[in-house]
Ligand binder design. Sequence first.
Ligand SMILES: C=CC1=C(C)c2cc3[nH]c(cc4nc(cc5[nH]c(cc1n2)c(C)c5CCC(=O)O)C(CCC(=O)O)=C4C)c(C)c3C=C
Ligand SMILES: [Fe+2]
Ligand SMILES: [Fe+2]
Length: 341
Amino acid sequence: MAKKGLILMNLGSPASTKVSDVRKYLREFLMDEKVLDLPYLGRFMLVNCIIAPFRAPKSAEAYRSIWTKDGSPLITLTKDLKAALDGMVPESIEIVMRYGHPSPEEAYNNLLKNNPDLEEVTLFPLYPHYAMSSYETAVDYMVKKYKEGNYPFKLKNIPAYFDNEFYINALANTIKPYLNQDYDKILFSYHGVPERHIHKGHAEFNPELPANTICSGECPLTFKCYRAQVRKTTKLVVEKLGIPEGKWEQTFQSRLGRDPWLQPYTAERLETLPKEGVKKLLVVSPAFVSDCLETLEEIGIQGRESFMHAGGESFEAIPCLNVSPDWIQAMVQIKETAESI
Ligand SMILES: C=CC1=C(C)c2cc3[nH]c(cc4nc(cc5[nH]c(cc1n2)c(C)c5CCC(=O)O)C(CCC(=O)O)=C4C)c(C)c3C=C
Ligand SMILES: [Fe+2]
Ligand SMILES: [Fe+2]
């Protein structure tokens, strides 16, 4: 029995592709104040009266297009990751989802049940970059449930690993074979966040920086600024692979609502690139460790369709790290960067 535990943390998916399950998932997700940062009443009205009812049928259809016989790709791939790591590390491993199941209590209790002498548990966010709406909400939720449960073990957490050499190496090795083919450009498409979230981070972590500073991505707050972190990941991968200037671009996807999000928007660039002569496109999504709705459907299906419709000739969506051996090796190394909470 292990004295140490490791919890792989991902976002979560609906329980099924039924509209009612998707609606329930969207409600839980979007009622999170770190995702929709509005006062409670405004958030409640917006989510329950507008977003969940209208979005759920469309999202359910999107989920249906990627659902497998084992369920949601995001959850299946997180389970596969656990299976691939089992035995590679001394820790006993569980997975947890920020929304849905397994919940934090389920993960902590399973670890304890199988390892009554458990002394220490490390949280491994499957988010390489720090965003209030992904990494921060997941870790804060785990810490809250840990405190509430009065668990007997110590808790550790892994800092964002956007520039970790092993993560960059795994990412570069995933992309490399695709660069051998004839391509005009590779798009680094990251999940977007509202501009407002970046300003909040600046104000919180460096009050001397004017709250509305539009950081260039070379922000001094790299340790907590999502925009700076994704820029760094792109830069390191581009350098490592020697991708020439003009052959790559960075964009942001999955915008929700009308507020300004980080730009340029992937959806817009997919429509304009062919008109600029970019006909053969590769797309990689480094903010996601495991393939999910946002990579398989938004990029792989919708994105391809809009690029080809706009005059593109070939479109290749590069898979996420998933269970690639380089990524498993990277996780073994990254786990060692854990810090006490
Ligand atoms: C990189 C990590 C993620 C960040 C940052 C993030 C921010 C963010 N997301 C929404 C709204 C939605 N995201 C949805 C799906 C989704 N988001 C992430 C990751 C990040 N989100 C993943 C991995 C997934 C896929 C989940 C799956 O089951 O495969 C959805 C649900 C689907 C849909 O209806 O489009 C919503 C809604 C906001 C508003 C936000 C930042 C404020
Ligand atoms: Fe999202
Ligand atoms: Fe910044």
